[in-house]
Design a binder for this molecule. Structure first.
Ligand code: IMP
Length: 429
């Protein structure tokens, strides 16, 4: 049986939560492989809304859920989220949740640094979620991170704290901040350690076992390809690789295990935070799309920037991530427009190009070239088959599919799990 890897093919917030939840209910294990609690996945099940940032979406449906080594883990955020879900009646034990013992930790000093840098950057800020994600990944590759497994050896932590604090104290001094409170940090780690250690284990080993038993594994990506630290709109990106290839390295299975790559694509475009956005609409149409689509961030509550569908970036994301098929979400938000536009290429210094260039200045300069299509008056909300869709909505979906050179596997027509048109089942492909 095939595995499925879900990734966002735009700037995040494509509606992954609903699709992942739907797939998770049919998977045997769900694994997060990158990012941290900067993600915001909303699930609506039987009228109840669950907001997840760190836990894999499978946790709500009781599917075995794992946090892989590629994730940066804030142990206090983990505890808060577990407690919040338990308050909503979700059972979370070491039977249905495993945390990789080689995950690097996000510490309060990472959050501090994230905030200090953003404040100092003023209008040049990245617009991060302020959760310490970037600084935690820096410490991981700088080989001075404290990891989940270290929580079982806190009496031996001094040499690691020396390395970590030497680095952070120098940075903090540059921002006129006092050195790290080492004793306080150690005390906080001692307090949280037993909670995290309940779930800690070598996730790669657990995955090897479930794979051998023929389990269906769902790899749950966070953010989107345009926020990838290599392939995104650098430097306005997150600090992890958000592409499908990370599913293997960020969980501990080989590249052959990622299976069907499902790219989640919103029927228009949104982004939160700063950075280039060629099809951004700062007019009334953008306002209407934002309001109809409830475009506010799950994690930060920030208003999302909104624009027409950009086929150039989605085609690029699908190629970079080897997307097998897409799930097109929020098509109902386009209901009621007289015409709808799709960006098919860019104009850059009098040249027409069919890709987003790497240079940040060029990314700001590109101008979208649009194709205009007739819209549809009828509602697509809640449609469960192509026969329920207006002809112009079908034409729009077909044109999207052609332009991004990738087939549509699913169309989502409302936040409810069952309001989905299934064209091709990723688990059966
Ligand atoms: P960071 O991941 O907090 O460092 O933020 C870096 C950039 O990624 C900012 O533009 C954030 O708004 C964006 N970002 C991070 N996580 C998400 C997400 O889950 N959805 C959408 N944007 C995100």
């Amino acid at each position: 049986m095939a595995n499925v890897t879900v990734i966002g093919a735009q700037w995040g917030d494509e509606g992954k939560g609903k699709i992942v939840d739907w797939l998770a209910s049919r998977a045997d294990a769900v694994v997060r492989f990158q990012g941290g609690h900067n993600a915001g996945h909303t699930l609506v099940i039987d009228g109840e809304t669950y907001k997840l940032s760190l836990l894999p979406s499978g946790i709500v449906s009781g599917t075995m859920s794992m946090i892989g080594n590629g994730v940066v883990l804030d142990p206090w955020a983990l505890r808060d989220e577990v407690q919040k879900l338990e308050g909503q009646g979700v059972t979370i034990t070491d039977d249905n949740l495993a945390v990789a013992d080689n995950c690097p930790l996000i510490l309060p000093l990472h959050r501090d640094l994230d905030g200090l840098r953003e404040t100092a950057a003023g209008s040049g800020k990245i617009g991060t979620t302020g959760r310490g994600i970037g600084p935690a990944y820096e410490d991981k590759v700088g080989r001075r991170a404290i990891r989940v497994c270290d929580l079982a050896h806190l009496d031996d932590l001094e040499p690691q704290l020396d390395r970590l604090c030497a680095h952070h104290d120098a940075l903090r001094a540059g921002f006129d901040q006092p050195p790290v409170d080492r004793a306080g940090l150690l005390a906080e780690l001692r307090e949280i350690a037993p909670f995290v250690m309940r779930f800690a284990q070598p996730v790669w080993k657990r995955l090897k076992k479930v794979r051998k038993a023929g389990a269906k594994i769902l790899f749950e990506g966070a953010q989107g390809v345009l926020l990838d630290v290599d392939h995104g709109t650098y430097p306005f990106v997150t600090s992890s690789n958000t592409v499908s290839g990370t599913a293997a390295s960020g969980s501990g299975l080989g590249p052959g295990s990622t299976g069907f790559v499902l790219g989640i694509v919103k029927a228009y475009t949104t982004r939160v935070g700063s950075g280039p956005f060629p099809t951004e609409l700062e007019d009334e149409i953008g306002q209407t799309l934002g309001e109809k689509g409830h475009e506010f961030g799950v994690v930060t509550g920030r208003k999302r920037r909104v624009g027409w569908f950009d086929a150039v970036i989605v085609r690029q994301s699908c190629a970079i991530s080897g997307v097998t098929g897409i799930a097109l979400t929020k098509i109902d938000v386009l209901d009621g427009f007289e015409t709808v536009k799709i960006c098919t290429g860019y104009r850059l210094r009098n040249n027409v190009i069919d890709y987003l260039p790497s240079h940040a200045g060029d990314q700001q300069l590109v101008e979208p070239i649009y194709e205009e299509m007739p819209g549809w008056e009828e509602s697509t909300a809640g449609a469960r088959s192509y026969a329920d869709l207006p002809a112009n909505a079908i034409k729009y979906i077909q044109r999207v599919q052609e332009l991004i050179e990738t087939p549509v596997a699913l169309v989502s027509t409302s936040p409810e799990r069952d309001d989905t048109i299934l064209v091709r089942d990723p688990f059966l492909d």
